[in-house]
Design a protein around this ligand. Structure first.
Ligand code: HEM
Length: 145
């Protein structure tokens, strides 16, 4: 398969991954943990968790595999734009793990005392997803250094 085809598939996988992460991030920052396990919100959380398992996570895996394939096939090395890109991609992948766990956790019935919570920092996750995507795409397209 030609290099340009691998880029096409890579960008498609990345788009599906970032779209799914945006949905998870918006849901988690919008829902109140105190009422998230009630039937309405819990249904949304279950649907989002299912989408994450079946679509977003495989797309993330594919984006990684195709990204690494591009590095090998394209003969890229430790160019600064690529190193910076992989650092941000790794941070986004970790954030994806936190969001996926948050979707499952918020939708579960609360324990006897109190409610289930997720890190309050996840309130900023939609912003982090967008900022990360802007930084990555700019780095790989402009290759400023
Ligand atoms: C898993 C780590 C990743 C690696 C190792 C990787 C590596 C690469 C490489 C080597 C290219 C080809 C660059 C060229 O030939 O000019 C590329 C293209 C691209 N990557 Fe990634 N990538 C990864 C993840 C991502 C993510 C998460 C995004 C977006 C959020 C992304 C967006 C893009 C875009 C838009 C292009 C096309 C650039 C162009 O054709 O000008 N990549 N990637």
């Amino acid at each position: 398969m030609g290099y340009i085809w691998i880029i096409g598939l890579h960008v498609t996988a990345v788009t599906v991954w970032i779209a799914g992460m945006s949905v998870a991030a918006i849901l988690i920052s919008a829902l109140d943990p105190a009422t998230a396990a009630e039937p309405g919100p819990a249904r949304l959380l279950r649907a989002a968790a299912r989408w994450d398992r079946r679509v977003t996570s495989p797309a993330m895996g594919l984006a990684w595999i195709l990204g690494i394939t591009l590095v090998v096939v394209g003969g890229w090395g430790f160019e600064p734009w690529l190193v910076a890109k992989v650092i941000i991609v790794t941070a986004l992948s970790a954030l994806h793990g936190k969001l996926a766990a948050g979707l499952r956790r918020l939708g579960e019935a609360a324990p006897e005392s109190g409610v289930r919570t997720v890190s309050p920092l996840l309130r900023f996750s939609p912003l982090a997803v967008i900022a990360g995507a802007i930084a990555i795409v700019t780095l790989v397209v402009v290759k400023p250094y």
